[in-house]
Design a binder for this molecule. Structure first.
Ligand code: DGT
Ligand code: CA
Ligand code: CA
Ligand code: ZN
Length: 574
């Protein structure tokens, strides 16, 4: 039986025919196809169902569709093909519909590009523009070439890199709706998203299946897809409704290991692996691992790494620095697991600028499997955040005592996100701080200080005998602003000396970033990984904080809030 063609597909074919006709300067006819395509797009019922329900008569009655076009529609519905379209495709064997999506590229230009440069796909068009070939064509020039490149970038969703907080849940939604499709053996997120980079250029998906056509068919129909940019037998490029670009690679089942390694990247990591393969008389590419012409089994990533004499390297570590050397020495650290946290040590409630009550936050924390939480509302000098003064802090402590009596198997810790004032002193008096289980500090005001002054201000606070944790140490917010000027080498040294733990904040701050995580760990500084949740949904930030910690090679023992609450509190007083 033929595949069901959707209205969108039939309308696209009509548009395509119109373009082919326009490329040949045919008069009037193209417009008829375009009007018909519009009419089909505005239907609320699928043509297949309409035809089944009331036959040719109803198809004839669609506005803009005359008798000869009605016949073409019925042909498409009943056979899954359109003879005229197929014949034109043979004559113009390039992606007419895709290429003419670019502003400045009409059907005649598309034909010109095909005839002179053999451009068949958008990818080839991009390459031709990048290598300067378009500028030399008749009727086109450097400005057309530039416009074409810009058009392709726009089409691919080049609206800047998205933070992982936005990209990862979106990609998971897509993966979940595709997982059920028949024949799929693997379906994974690859690229920078799998490496959990802090910002993501595009969503790379990779699948193996025994039924590639089924997967492709389902994929292009996902409600998240805004448009299909390019569709080939093994690769579909799309733009999603959130403005991001994405690729889906569809591969045969047996070459998965090498393909997953390749499309996970990073590029730099791949290059190191390829060089290593070469030195061992092997060849590694996205197609597999080969000795002479013979394929070496590579069903899993682990097998690929093992064939290269390497320990498996977690995706978060694949950046192309020293991870391959470490893997060769069998010295890949056992990274902190997602799910290793027992507590969250930074949470704001409706006592300051959070949305939920202490009890609500505690209930949700318990429900997601945590066993303790530190309430860290802002302090008085942060008036816009309704920061707490000493009096309200003591009242909050009493409230926490009350709730703790009710909660079973969960403990709320009394704490604060105490502002470090301009002179390095703390925003609350010592006698109030002494009533807390732990004291956390951070910078929120007077960010524009000279590097040396800011560094001294922070050091002054870290030396305070009651301070346990320094929150979001550099002050940056991803995609929003850079951090303040500060000498982090010195801050890390002082944190070690005075036993202050540094935070890996999982909110959009992602602060410390992975480079400083590694540096802090090498200096023997302890870390905490927190959500900085201002509402219950934001406990999701813990995962991004953990990703950041893993990218900085953190192990479970490096992170204090993997301990039980008793051990954690003991570690603070030691
Ligand atoms: P992004 O999208 O900018 O956040 O970063 P990636 O790493 O996801 O980059 P993307 O989407 O261009 O490519 C996905 C992976 O495919 C990449 O991490 C490694 C592999 N790859 C792509 N192009 C090349 C290449 O030219 N050489 C090598 N060795 N690998 C490549
Ligand atoms: Ca990517
Ligand atoms: Ca990509
Ligand atoms: Zn806050």
């Amino acid at each position: 039986m033929s595949r069901r063609l959707t209205n969108r597909e039939i309308a696209n074919r009509f548009d395509e025919i119109a373009l082919y006709l326009r490329a040949q300067d045919v008069a009037f006819k193209p417009q008829a196809f375009e009007v018909a395509a519009e009419g089909i797009r505005s239907l609320s019922e699928e043509l297949v169902d309409l035809y089944k329900r009331c036959g040719k008569k109803c198809v004839d009655d669609i506005p803009g569709i005359g008798k000869s076009l009605a016949d073409k529609i019925i042909e498409a519905i009943t056979t899954g093909h359109m003879k005229e379209d197929n014949e034109l495709k043979k004559k113009f064997p390039f992606d007419m519909l895709g290429i003419t999506q670019i502003p400045d590229v009409g059907p005649k230009t598309a034909l010109l590009l095909y005839k002179h440069l053999h451009v068949k796909t958008l990818t080839q068009l991009e390459r031709a523009a990048k290598t300067g070939k378009i500028a030399g064509l008749p009727h086109l020039g450097t400005s057309s070439q530039r416009n074409i490149l810009r058009g392709i970038q726009f089409l691919k969703g080049g609206q800047g890199r998205r933070i992982i907080h936005e990209a990862l849940p979106y990609a998971r939604l897509i993966v979940d709706s595709l997982k059920k499709i028949h024949g799929i053996t693997h379906l994974d997120i690859a690229g920078s998203l799998r490496r959990r980079k802090e910002t993501i250029g595009d969503i790379d998906l990779i699948a193996t299946t025994s039924k590639p056509a089924d997967l492709a068919h389902a994929f292009v129909r996902l409600p998240q897809i805004e448009r299909v940019i390019e569709q080939g037998p093994t690769k579909i490029a799309v733009r999603y409704k959130n403005g991001m670009a994405g690729d889906l690679l569809i591969l045969p089942p047996d070459e998965y290991g090498a393909a997953l390694v390749h499309f996970t990247g990073s590029r730099e990591h791949n290059i190191l692996l390829r060089e290593r393969a070469k030195r061992r008389g092997l060849k590694l590419s996205e197609h597999g691992l080969f000795k002479a012409e013979k394929r070496i089994t590579n069903r899993t990533e682990k097998q690929v790494y093992a064939s290269l004499g390497l320990q498996e390297i977690p995706p978060e570590m694949r950046v192309g620095s020293d991870e391959v050397d470490r893997a060769a020495q069998k010295k890949i650290p056992s990274l902190i697991a997602y799910g290793a946290l027992k507590g969250d040590l930074q949470v704001q409630t409706n006592w300051s600028d959070g949305d939920a009550s202490i009890e609500q936050m505690a209930q949700v924390a318990k429900a997601i499997g945590l066993s303790y939480l530190a309430v860290t509302d802002h302090t008085q000098s942060l008036t816009i955040a309704h920061g707490l003064d000493e009096k309200r802090l003591l009242a909050q402590g009493k409230e926490i005592d009350k709730i703790n009596k009710k909660l079973k198997g969960f403990r709320i810790l009394k704490s604060t996100e105490c502002d470090i004032k301009k002179d390095g002193s703390l925003d609350l008096k010592d006698e109030a701080l002494k009533t807390l289980d732990l004291v956390c500090v951070s910078i929120h005001s007077n960010r524009a200080m000279k590097k040396n002054e800011m560094t001294q201000r922070i050091i002054h606070a870290l030396k305070h005998p009651l301070v346990n944790i320094f929150f979001h140490p550099t002050g940056r917010i991803v995609n929003v602003r850079d951090g303040y000027e500060v000498d982090m080498d010195l801050i890390i040294k002082v944190a070690k000396q005075y036993g202050v733990a540094l935070e890996v904040n999982g909110s959009q701050r992602l602060d410390l970033h992975e480079g400083y995580v590694r540096q802090a760990l090498e200096a023997g500084v302890k870390l905490v990984v927190n959500s900085d949740a201002h509402s219950p949904e934001q406990f999701a930030n813990l995962e991004y904080g953990l990703a950041q910690a893993r990218r900085g090679w953190a192990k479970k023992v490096d992170v204090l809030n993997t301990k039980t609450v008793t051990e954690f509190l003991r570690s603070l007083s030691s």
